[in-house]
Design a protein. Structure first.
Length: 584
């Protein structure tokens, strides 16, 4: 093996790892909708969790990526530790798919069908189709499909380059002696664990082992301990990702390590007596690419069969190793680990914005309730809800900006823009709720009272604002666009009510029926209520814009008012429903 072989090996390894990374990333993006569906259907069933982990890992070709996602899901409260254990077990089985794909390089024969199965035959075709899709595709999905094919072709070219570069090692005694050393199970496990921990991918390390096995110098007796060690080494990625997470997320990472270590120890207890005393001839035979793939699959399936019934014990072990503490858990509403799957990260953001919508609505309605019946607990609830809305705006704003830098569909980009706008509106609604509450407290503290006419007018306005709050919250939380069409006509009616109430207030001031001090509170109240309705209108327009993948607020309002017969009908209906004056 000369200098050029070493350079070819390094280049082949680089192409292999790059192709693996590119293909895995593109598969993640391409499968995000499916990942979301799988997570939504996830139940407490062991089988459901196992199949979920298996399917996700088989699709994205990386058990490390799946486990890191699981740590992020547990940290964000999207998945329980019990569910995570079953998914992690499934991920260990799903990762074996890569080895089977790579084993195609070892196919030999003159049959045309067999020749077509060889990566050297179909990889150029995949690369050609991939580059055409990548360069000509006008949608992200097509470009991702092209990237997947290019990544796979690059991976296989790298595999062939590595196999060719190490072919000369077959005649080097030192290389042969190296793998004789790895027949010692402890050394083999350490070698596999260290290699996998360094490159942080069991799929990639299996590929490297298969490339070395193409020399004919890697026996089954040496490859089996290495495969065992690779399963332990792949846990490093999840352990690193668990730093800075809550205790359940750290427990999920510990479960991953415990599962592989315990599985390795159990199978090692079977392997040692067989290799030391029975010494079957198979262990001395050269391992084929197909044989390594089969060994990898059997090892992971056996570990899963042994430990699946004991998942509750793994959970208890994780709790024992990562005990509860008095220290407060870190903030887990949004986890940067979810950014690896933008579609799921976006869905998590939407969940929190919906919680924010309900909090803002709760605060606003309670502040209106405080005008008629003030209670200390009610006031406390309003202020706490407002503080939570402030917190949500802070964390969501920065997270959504980070998320927007990732590649995603036009619809997802529109959703991000929509959420960045509405979180400001919901935060302002909660701010106005505190303003309304402070007006209620001022009236109570100074023993101020409105005139009977002013009370009736305020009651009508409060009812209208309560209805528009319900409409905006419900339409946003449930994505009901038909309901959001009612918001703008009601907001216009509320604007009209505010103007009427200001005019009526001026008349009362002139007549001496209302004091200046009470008048200031009155104007603060109707302004706060009207601004609340205006933010509800903004939210409705953002919802409609997002559904059309545009964010043209003024255009949407103009079209809604001038071109919609429905708008006119609803405006007339609300004008009759909310009337101030003698007829109220």
């Amino acid at each position: 093996m000369d200098m050029f072989d070493v350079l070819t090996l390094a280049g082949g390894l680089s192409l292999f790892l790059f192709g693996m990374s590119v293909m895995s990333d593109a598969l993640e993006r391409r499968a995000e909708g499916g990942l979301k569906i799988l997570l939504e259907r996830l139940t407490q069933s062991k089988t459901a969790g196992l199949l979920t982990g298996l399917a996700v890992t088989a699709v994205i070709q990386s058990s490390s990526a799946t486990t890191v996602m699981v740590v992020g899901f547990v940290n964000s409260g999207m998945m329980t530790l019990k569910q995570a254990i079953n998914v992690i077990m499934g991920a260990n089985v799903g990762t074996t798919v890569t080895a089977w794909l790579l084993s195609l390089s070892g196919i030999s024969g003159d049959n045309l069908f067999i020749q077509l199965l060889k990566p050297a035959s179909f990889s150029p075709i995949l690369a050609t189709v991939g580059i055409v899709l990548f360069l000509s595709g006008k949608t992200i999905r097509k470009k991702d499909s092209g990237t997947i094919l290019l990544g796979f072709a690059t991976l296989m070219f790298g595999m062939d380059a590595m196999s060719g570069a190490v072919a000369g090692l077959a005649n080097i005694p030192a290389f042969r002696h190296l793998f004789i050393l790895f027949k010692n199970p402890i050394l083999g496990i350490l070698a596999g664990a260290i290699l996998t921990a360094v490159i942080q991918s069991s799929s990639a390390s299996i590929g490297i082992l298969q490339a070395l096995a193409s020399t004919g110098q890697v026996s089954y007796g040496a490859s089996m301990p290495i495969i065992m060690g690779q399963n332990i080494g792949t846990c490093v990625t999840a352990l690193l990702s668990a730093f800075g997470t809550n205790k359940n997320a750290r427990r999920a990472a510990v479960v991953h390590l415990s599962f592989n270590v315990i599985g390795t120890l159990i199978l090692l207890l079977f392997f040692l007596p067989v290799s030391l005393w029975l010494k079957p001839p198979l262990l001395d035979q050269p391992a084929s690419l197909f044989g390594i793939a089969l060994t990898h699959s059997l090892f992971n399936i056996a570990c899963t069969l042994f430990l699946l019934p004991a998942s509750a014990l793994l959970e208890k072990l994780a709790v024992r190793l990562v005990p509860d503490s008095e220290a407060k858990d870190v903030n887990t509403e949004l986890d940067d680990r979810l950014l690896a799957t933008p579609h799921i990260a976006l869905d998590r953001c939407l969940t929190l914005v919906r919680e924010m919508a309900e909090l803002a609505t709760y605060a606003s309605k309670n502040s209106i309730r405080a005008l008629n019946k003030y209670e200390k607990q009610l006031a406390k609830d309003v202020r706490e809800a407002e503080q939570k809305c402030d917190h949500y705006e802070d964390i969501l704003g920065s997270y959504l900006v980070k998320l927007s830098s990732y590649q995603m569909s036009d619809a997802d980009s529109a959703s991000i823009s929509m959420m960045l706008k509405v979180i400001g509106d919901f935060e302002r609604i909660s701010d106005h709720s505190v303003g309304i509450l402070e007006s209620a407290e001022e009236l109570r503290g100074k023993k101020l009272h409105f005139t009977p006419d002013a009370d009736r007018e305020l009651s009508v306005l409060c009812d209208a604002v309560s209805e528009i709050l319900t409409l905006s919250c419900t339409s946003f939380v449930h994505g009901d666009l038909s309901m959001s069409l009612n918001i703008e006509p009601l907001e216009q009616v509320i604007d009209h009510l505010r103007n009427q109430m200001r005019n009526a207030h001026i008349v009362r001031l002139k007549e001496g029926a209302c004091s200046i001090e009470t008048g200031f509170v009155w104007l603060d109240l109707i302004t706060g209520l009207e601004r609340t309705a205006a933010h509800c209108s903004n939210i409705a327009v953002c919802l409609m814009d997002a559904s059309e993948n545009t964010m043209s607020l003024h255009k949407s309002l103009s079209v809604m008012k001038r071109e919609s017969p429905y708008y006119k009908r609803q405006y007339e209906r609300y004008s009759k429903k909310y009337v101030i004056g003698e007829t109220t």
